[in-house]
Design a protein around this ligand. Structure first.
Ligand SMILES: [Fe+2]
Ligand SMILES: [Fe+2]
Length: 211
């Protein structure tokens, strides 16, 4: 599958997950986990493989995309720290959804058509293959890491749940920046410490303005 078609199909999957999440179903936690993993792996393959390949030809759009990913990641973190029962949960789902929708529209309407013109069919197919392999690998590693965290008993109870959420964030960051583990990963580590300190200072409550 060519790279742009692969990314489009992942966009559709994420949209379907948002719909489920806003439909008030009972399996919110499972849907949220699937959404977070899909988004993390999707943004990672774009940043590791897709954007670098096309940056020279489309530097403005690509630079903007990195910024939009950073915003989406922030909104995703805030959502992951929110209990589905809390009042702010749906507001955070909506905010993340709107950010993603805007970003996806720009990719599909502006960036992808230019990429499809700039690259040969064969190049697009090769890139798509590499991206799919990396996506699958990351999803598998995420599953393993989250499973490990669950086995350590981090999935139950209020305080334990908070720690589990932090583990999830750490796992996604670790997987995402496994190749280019640079300054950004350090920043996330600093953020993780800040989150932990804030959570501890506030007891069991979800931090409202931590990020
Ligand atoms: Fe993107
Ligand atoms: Fe995308």
């Amino acid at each position: 599958m060519k790279a742009t078609s692969l990314l489009e199909s992942q966009h559709r999957k994420v949209e379907a997950l948002f719909k489920k999440l806003q439909g008030g179903r009972s399996d919110t936690t499972a849907v949220l986990e699937e959404l977070a993993n899909s988004l993390a792996a999707h943004m990672a393959i774009e940043q590791e493989l897709f954007y670098p390949r096309i940056k020279e030809a489309e530097s403005d759009l690509v630079n903007e995309s990195y910024e939009e990913h950073a915003m989406a990641e922030l909104a995703l973190k805030r959502l992951l720290m929110t209990d589905p029962e809390e009042e702010s949960f749906q507001a955070r789902v909506t905010t993340l959804r709107e950010l993603i929708e805007h970003h996806v529209e720009e990719e599909e309407q502006e960036l992808f058509p230019k990429v499809e013109k700039a690259l040969e069919e064969q190049e697009l197919a090769q890139l798509g293959k590499a991206m799919k392999a990396r996506f699958d690998e990351m999803r598998a590693r995420l599953r393993d890491r989250l499973e490990e965290a669950r086995e350590q008993g981090l999935g139950d109870g209020s305080r334990a749940k908070q720690l589990f959420i932090e583990k999830q964030i750490e796992a996604r960051v670790a997987v995402r920046y496994a190749i280019a583990a640079t300054r950004l990963a350090e920043l996330f580590a600093i953020q993780a410490i800040a989150i932990r300190n804030l959570v501890e200072a506030r007891g069991e409550r979800t931090p409202e303005t931590v990020l």
